[in-house]
Design a binder for this molecule. Structure first.
Ligand code: FCB
Length: 442
């Protein structure tokens, strides 16, 4: 299957996505420590205890990386601005950090790329992590301060701002499942983080909108919840997973309520008077970002505590992460968001991609499987548009192979291969295929 930009409405934005900690190198430019540095330094959390101190050295190599984006005829670039780089102690501003993002944004504009900024892609300054991070309500106010400081510098030039990347990962994966920093497995901490991350979003939107900043959104991730069998218990298990993963955040924002099926478990652990925050959380969005990777088969597990869930292995082809390839899920979420939650609001696919065990051979990387993955998900997006979802853009995850959090540098998601010894970049065949699809012939 192959597609071109002409299969999409005029003005549709094609781009690639990255995140600060995963590519920049946190050891440079006066960046402060963040909770990922300490999480990685604790045995057992990250494969080979790898961290983001050098990563892809994007901090120094950003011009080459931006050149790669524009040479593929992309229209936009989704990047994040690290809180720990801009505010190393969580409070005071590091001018070198602001200068770096200033150069980066100007570099995008000079290449005709629309800057899509994310404010929080997980670089919680250690000084704030010490005070409880997202379990502490005060962190929300600190986040609004950070949002203001960085926006005062970049806000005149960015095309769009997302407050938070993937609240589900920030809250559930990191405080209930213990897989990401800060690595907690605690339902009380999880309930607080589930609420505070949305409060931080709402407070930041309020602050930025008050400054006259346009185009404010949030990036949510979604996981197709499928019952492992047709039995009533497994269907209920999938509904619980759907509630925790797919409904909590969007319903908090668009309906100012949380799903009952999740409050059944989290209710007793929520912060006092959380209901009073729902109006702030429900700030109007200008756009919604959808990240989508895979589906899960959910079974009821009576021996486990709430949410009584067990994963069942699925039969579809899998990526290097072991994630099933299921483009239909992307179609499902794009149309569901439009139908049930956001109507005509612009939606962007802010992440979609796959890890593959790519190998550099004779100076090239053949990753046909990624090409197929990409075009199948573009086709699903295009079908969702035809069926009424107002999707305005698609950002592939990721531009570069990078630091994939708890699995270190082992899983390669990039359109561009990175040799972690020499830091040389080599565009893969998927990069060239996308570049061909995006050529304008003018
Ligand atoms: C998402 C994250 C991104 C990357 C991809 C594979 O959950 O936003 O940083 O790790 O998954």
């Amino acid at each position: 299957m192959s597609m071109s930009r002409f299969d999409f409405p005029p003005g549709f934005i094609f781009g690639a996505a990255t995140a600060a900690y995963q590519i920049e190198g946190s050891g440079f430019g006066g960046c402060g420590p963040c909770h990922w540095d300490t999480f990685a330094a604790t045995p057992g959390n990250v494969i080979r205890a790898e961290d983001g101190s050098v990563a892809c050295d994007h901090y120094h190599r950003w011009p080459e990386d931006l050149d790669l984006i524009s040479a593929a005829h992309m229209d936009g670039y989704r990047f994040s601005t690290s809180w720990a780089r801009v505010m190393p102690d969580g409070v005071s501003v590091n001018p070198e950090g602001l200068d770096f993002y200033d150069r980066l944004v100007d570099g995008m504009l000079a290449r005709g790329l629309k800057p899509f900024q994310t404010l929080y892609h997980w670089e919680m300054p250690s000084a704030l992590a010490d005070k409880g991070g997202w379990t502490n309500r005060d962190t929300c106010a600190r986040f609004a301060d950070f949002s203001e400081a960085i926006t005062r510098r970049l806000g005149d030039r960015v095309a769009a701002i997302a407050t938070i990347n993937e609240p589900w990962c920030v809250a559930w994966l990191s405080h209930f499942m213990g897989i990401h920093a800060p690595g907690l497995r605690d339902i009380r901490a999880a309930a607080r983080a589930m609420h505070h991350i949305l409060l931080a979003h709402g407070m930041a939107v309020e602050r930025l909108r008050g400054m006259g900043q346009p185009n404010l959104g949030i990036v949510l991730n979604f996981d197709h919840a499928q019952p492992a069998t047709d039995g009533a218990e497994d269907r209920l298990a999938a509904d619980r997973w759907d509630g925790i993963f797919n409904r909590w955040f969007i319903e908090g924002i668009t309906r100012q309520t949380y799903p009952e099926i999740v409050l059944e478990g989290l209710g007793p652990h929520m912060p006092d008077r959380w209901q009073d925050d729902m109006a702030v959380i429900g700030q109007k969005l200008d756009w919604l970002g959808v990240n989508y990777y895979t589906r899960h088969l959910n079974a009821h597990d009576p021996s486990a505590a709430w949410p009584h869930l067990r994963d069942v292995d699925g039969e579809l082809p899998k990526t290097q992460m072991g994630w099933e390839i299921y483009p239909e899920g992307l179609y499902g979420f794009l149309t569901r968001m439009a139908r049930d939650y956001v109507g005509d609001l612009p939606i962007y696919v802010t992440e979609n991609g796959m890890a593959n065990a790519d190998e550099l051979q004779d100076g090239a990387v053949a990753d046909k499987v990624r090409e197929d993955f990409l075009f199948a998900h573009l086709a699903a997006t295009q079908r969702a548009i035809t069926d009424g979802a107002n999707v305005k853009g698609f950002f592939y995850w990721s531009l570069l192979d990078n630091y994939e959090w708890a699995v270190g540098y082992e899983k390669r998601f990039g359109l561009v291969h990175v040799d972690y010894k020499s830091l040389a970049r080599t565009p893969k065949s998927s990069y060239h295929a996308l570049a061909r699809a995006l050529t304008r012939n003018d």
